[in-house]
Design a binder for this molecule. Structure first.
Ligand SMILES: NC(=O)C1=CN([C@@H]2O[C@H](COP(=O)(O)OP(=O)(O)OC[C@H]3O[C@@H](n4cnc5c(N)ncnc54)[C@H](O)[C@@H]3O)[C@@H](O)[C@H]2O)[C@@H](O)CC1
Ligand SMILES: [K+]
Length: 475
């Protein structure tokens, strides 16, 4: 769960009113110091350098520095805004033997603690802090960021100028969306949440972002009950592939077989190839002849000819959930009548665009991927899954927004998206609520990619090979 800066501030206000002055900061600083010692692996003889900004983020750094001093670490502080420093924290730091140095005098560090700006940040990192961030990047030491890597927008993850690249981000109170999405996810490194007692104050807030865990999936993944037959488990229909791209059909059908349904129906031109690759799949060449399904996946490798258009019209006309990917999305972008059909559907729809497909349909994404996905979802009344290093899934009408936490850059490979769309279609047919089906599918897909990457470069068929193991492990 991640909470907006506004929500965190509100929670802090209500807790601050009930605890002694400085108690929250002391907890945050202690956690930072402990984590810094873990990174150092030793205390005596090690050197930590603090980058100290003008606000409480800098205060956290100075108190953490004082803590580290007490544990034998030599600590130097660079005051980035010398005339504005948390006074009590600076006094505590100095009292423990901490030294204030000029940026130019920093020559060695075993760990760098970034306390330049936290949730008080607004806009791109200001010019006065840029040299400090650049110098830190030149030093070979790992950076521990407090709350957010300075330069990353805490709410959106956008980086508009210079920003810290952290190995670890220690986040007191609650995760901020900017650590989980966009460039912020890359800059934050490993994110560690520290409990400073805000939990009860956040309990009633609707999280700005949700991220599923392996544990969540254990209870969500469909599994057959003793009384089930292949139809009661759900049947998914897949419309994918073409004479040019039969492989996309094989991949989407391949993953659709693994998402918890009892049967897969295929409708399209690649039925010979699909039947040969997956003998259990019921094949036909048109949607009309396919038979009853509980959800459709349409689009991968489909092409944009009249047959593709007619297929999309037919599934949009159905009263079951529909997942639309790839050429299905391109058809929506170029054919206003199909787009109109999508908006008028009463059954749920899920769109799974990558950036270019998204922009063709909805215009520029901008720097706030969550807001972009949310706007798009509202516009078409569908769940929108925006692919990326951290895939975002937004439900329409102020429903939940998920961000995916699994995966590897190796997943940027041909056919990877076909596997994802078949899988989510299958989860929809098995009865998962649409946004959840998309989030669960993305999570599984990412885990399959991680496993495949352990043994070398990843191809889409590898993902099909890994999915059963991933699902077995999570169930
Ligand atoms: N409020 C609380 O209860 C707690 C706050 N804590 C810490 O306090 C931080 C928030 O402290 P503050 O509200 O003082 O804010 P920050 O310390 O995050 O930043 C405020 C300062 O940064 C400057 N600033 C803003 N945007 C900037 C930009 N783009 N470039 C350069 N400088 C910029 C502001 O002028 C101001 O001087 C949290 O991130 C966390 O680290 C923790 O100690 C836990 C408890
Ligand atoms: K910071």
């Amino acid at each position: 769960m991640a909470y907006s800066v506004e929500q965190i501030r509100a929670a802090e206000r209500s807790v601050l009113a009930q605890v002694p002055d400085g108690a929250l900061m002391a907890k945050a600083a202690r956690a930072v110091a402990t984590r810094a010692l873990d990174l150092l692996g030793f205390g005596y003889g090690a050197r930590a350098v603090l980058l100290v900004g003008a606000g409480d983020n800098g205060g956290d750094a100075l108190y953490a520095g004082a803590d580290l001093r007490r544990r034998g670490v030599s600590v130097e502080a660079v005051l980035a805004v010398p005339d504005r420093v948390h006074p009590a924290a600076l006094a505590a730091f100095r009292a423990c033997g901490g030294r204030v140095v000029e940026l130019a005098d920093v020559s060695r560090a075993d760990v760098i603690i970034d306390g330049l700006v936290g949730i008080g940040a607004s806009g791109p990192l200001r010019d006065n802090l840029v040299p400090v961030v650049r110098r830190a990047a030149e030093l070979p030491a790992p950076v521990l960021a407090i709350d957010v890597p300075s330069g990353v927008d805490p709410d959106t993850g956008a980086v508009a100028g210079e920003a810290v690249h952290a190995a670890v981000t220690v986040c007191p109170g609650g995760l901020k969306p900017g650590l989980l999405v966009g460039e912020g996810r890359v800059r934050a490194g490993r994110v560690e949440l520290v409990d400073i007692g805000l939990g009860p104050a956040l309990a009633d807030a609707q999280p700005a972002l949700r991220r599923l865990t392996d544990r969540d999936l254990a209870t969500m993944l469909p599994r057959p009950e003793p009384g089930d037959d292949k139809y009661t488990r759900g049947v998914v229909g897949v419309v994918a592939g073409s004479a040019e791209y039969p492989g996309a059909a094989q991949l989407a059908v391949g993953s659709a077989r693994l998402g918890g349904v009892g049967a897969v129906r295929y409708a399209g031109y690649a039925y010979v190839e699909v039947s040969r690759a997956h003998p259990d799949v019921l094949v036909s060449d048109t949607v009309a002849l396919a038979g009853r399904v509980q959800a459709w996946t349409i689009g991968p490798g489909l092409g944009r000819d009249d047959h593709a258009r007619a297929s999309l019209r037919a599934v949009l006309d159905s009263d079951v959930p529909v997942l639309i990917d790839a050429d299905g999305l391109n058809l929506l972008a170029e054919d206003g009548a199909l787009a109109q059909l999508l908006r008028e559907r009463s059954a749920p729809s899920v769109l799974t665009p990558h950036d270019r497909e998204f922009e063709r349909l909805f215009g520029p994404i901008g720097t706030d991927r969550v807001a972009a996905a949310r706007r798009a979802a509202d516009r078409v009344g569908a769940v929108v899954l925006l692919k990326g290093f951290a895939t975002v899934i937004a439900a329409p009408s102020s429903g939940p927004v998920f961000v995916n936490g699994t995966g590897t850059p190796e997943l940027a490979t041909a056919g990877s998206g076909d596997v994802l769309s078949g899988l989510i279609g299958s989860l929809l047919a098995a009865g998962l609520e649409p946004a959840l089906a998309a989030a669960v599918g993305a999570h599984l897909h990412g885990r399959a990619g991680e496993r495949a990457a352990q043994t070398g470069p990843v191809t889409a068929p590898d993902l099909l090979g890994e999915l059963p193991g991933v699902i077995a492990e999570l169930r």
